[in-house]
Design a protein. Structure first.
Length: 299
């Protein structure tokens, strides 16, 4: 039995080097990240020190910490020729991480290449992360269908993570995390219900940041003709950046079986109480039982 954190970010030297080689967003100048749609962001180098992060994972009692490409930087939306060097650098670095790290694969969503993604999954990645803004409507699900079919064939899960922030970078620094990221996750949650599940009936999927609290709109969904609110047993949400009030509310909406532990480290810290104040049984579900079902499909 292993404690799992399904959502962390850890930039390897190969990814840092690839981002520093660019001169247009997304790129790094030293340790300052430049993106379209967000203000420049200074990355603390210690946040991406592998030894230090492994020590933090041990302190948290983790047997497995899953890292993913930071989808808001927009690599997946670049043209294929631009995305490929960055994706290669990410996968190379992630595959070389020591225990307790594992990783989600990433894929270009502008120029779909399912064969390349299959090759990456063959290297031992636990599943595939896609940006939420690629999965907010029927057209997005049609475009990404080859990737989702691949996951279904391999019996591997999908992780939906906020993509690039839209609307420019004139607001305060917290704006992207609080507005476009949450909006994307809300839209992706309902788009999966409308377009994703009918096309991919067996797919297991996890939505970051409690799906932007979209599950709390289940009563409105039912009132507006969306149908019943019975939880989908193959759909999960992870807890990053949220605390006991939000987590308890989502548990009331979806059940304790739908929630998995995710921290979004280094951008947020894991909760001091793994069960988010709901007790030891919830902590076991969030950190062990539910991640096991998400990753393997097995109880």
């Amino acid at each position: 039995m292993t404690n799992v954190d399904v959502h962390q970010h850890l930039w390897s030297p190969s990814l840092v080097t690839a981002l520093r080689a660019r001169r247009e967003p997304p790129y790094l100048d030293g340790w300052t990240l430049y993106l379209d749609g967000e203000p420049p962001y200074d990355l603390p180098p210690a946040d991406h020190d592998v030894t230090r992060r492994a020590e933090l994972a041990a302190t948290d009692g983790l047997g497995l910490a899953l890292v993913s490409l930071s989808a808001p930087i927009g690599v997946e939306w670049l043209p294929g020729a631009e995305a490929r060097p960055l994706l290669d650098a990410y996968h190379e670095g992630a595959a070389a991480l020591p225990e307790p790290f594992g990783a989600w694969a990433a894929a270009c969503v502008r120029d779909i290449d399912a064969r390349a993604t299959a090759d990456r999954l063959d290297q031992g990645f636990v599943g595939l992360q896609l940006p939420a803004d690629a999965l907010v409507d029927a057209a997005g699900y049609a475009r990404c269908a080859p990737l989702l079919d691949l996951l279904a064939e391999r019996d591997l899960p999908l992780f939906v993570h906020p993509g690039p922030a839209a609307g420019g970078c004139q607001g305060p620094g917290w704006w992207p995390a609080m507005v476009p990221y949450v909006q994307q996750m809300h839209a992706a949650w309902f788009a999966f219900r409308a377009f994703g599940r009918p096309r991919h009936p067996q797919l297991r999927v996890c939505f970051a940041l409690l799906a932007g609290l979209a599950p709390l709109h289940g009563e409105r969904f039912a009132a507006r003709g969306g149908g019943g609110t019975r939880p989908d047993p193959s759909v999960f949400v992870e807890t990053s950046s949220y605390g006991p009030r939000a987590v308890e509310s989502v548990v009331r909406a979806l059940g304790v079986e739908a929630v998995v532990q995710g921290s979004d480290r280094p951008y947020a810290e894991p909760p001091q109480h793994p069960g988010h104040g709901l007790g030891g049984a919830a902590a076991y579900a969030f950190r062990i039982a539910n991640p096991r079902r998400l990753l393997t499909g097995k109880e």
